[in-house]
Design a protein around this ligand. Sequence first.
Ligand SMILES: Cc1cc2nc3c(=O)[nH]c(=O)nc-3n(C[C@H](O)[C@H](O)[C@H](O)COP(=O)(O)O)c2cc1C
Length: 444
Amino acid sequence: MFHLGWFLGNGFGIQPWNAKGGDGPWVGSNVTDWMKPDIYVDLATSMERAGFDYILIEDTAMVEDSYKGTAETSLRRGFMAPKNDPMPLVPLMTQRTKHIGIIPTASVIQYPPYLAARLFTTLDHLTEGRVGMNVVTSVTDRVAQNYGFAQHFDHDERYLMAQEWVDVVQQLQGSWQPGAVLADLESGIYADHTKVEPIDFVGKYFSSRGPLNTIPGPQGRPPVASAGGSEAGRDMAARYDDTMMSMCKTVEEMKEYRADMRRRVASYGRDPDKVKFLFLVTPVIAATDQEARDLAAASLAGRASDAAIEYNLWNMSYTSGGRIDFGAIDPDTLVSDIDFSRQNGEHSSVAAIFQDSAGKTLRDVVASSFQITDLGLVGSPDTVAAKMGEIMDEVGGDGFLLYLPTTRRNMAEVADGLAPALRRRGLIRDGYSGTTLRDHLVEF
Ligand SMILES: Cc1cc2nc3c(=O)[nH]c(=O)nc-3n(C[C@H](O)[C@H](O)[C@H](O)COP(=O)(O)O)c2cc1C
């Protein structure tokens, strides 16, 4: 059996439903209703029906203007803005479900550790143990500037900050020892003060006295997730993650990635079987194999459209940390002549976009490159289910993180098409034996 997660990649933002991923026309109500809770609640109930472990909610807090030096493209096309704060969505999504975990994103430059420790403990209570914490370092200068910094910290330093941040958050979440809460009706004693201690943390980036002013939630320390595939990102994940979003383009890469990460996890004295690496994938599912193949072919052809090229150039500028304006580079420039040394964003995403680009021009890359691929998962629910099983056999585990536009059509294809086909093969859970997100992650 393997685990499944849904990556809500546009966060609590516009869930685009448009022709072939292009620049409109928009379809349906998503573009007007994205700020209402309904679609996210539907997503949670659907993915719980499907047996998913969790939904991970992306978040990025800025209006990006590094592409062509203006926010025009971001705002005209709704790229990463507008976006609401994901935290209030969490209890709304869990209120209407009983099992599925919800993992909102917290950036270490946006949340002082005490605020984060208190917020996630509060959410742990409100969700009865179903919240997780996606730790990110934020990608661009604009986010850093919104939170009071002149510019963003350098890539590797960000991860050192993030490690310290998780450490403080978890120390705060452990500042009430087991047995501290008595809530004794007879004696009227609420807590044993000898079991509640300050942490007196003074670090390079953060300080906090503690103790936390609330009691531990059902999970104590809610599970940690992250996505960084660079050396620094992997090191942080190895130390702290309970589940990791893993980005690979081939089954061979998946195997290597998982083996490497399991080695790193073990080197920190942790049990690799308790960390679940979920591989990002964009499957194409339709009623028949032929229909799915046609959709995949149309999507590939659509990569060369003006709208898709604009998106790709915009996205490259963003993933470089806003440091390289790909809109200002002549598209006929050879990739080998582009200076990537200034990048300060998502190193592994940039590497994925420009993988195998020797001898290619920027135009060639933007018209064809994928950051995340379908891994050959194209077909009817039965075909895709069978292939998922084969891939997991080859890789050794642990599961997939599906990344599809959050439309109700895609939700139905997954929850009522793919998931039953997987379940018939015994590949995914048939119900939940535990109650918390951590229970689901370590159930098998
Ligand atoms: C699937 C996925 C989800 C991510 N979600 C967020 C996010 O919500 N907010 C954010 O600031 N960065 C996000 N990132 C960026 C990562 O946290 C990380 O900074 C990035 O992958 C670069 O890591 P690297 O330089 O270690 O490769 C995400 C990356 C991936 C691949």
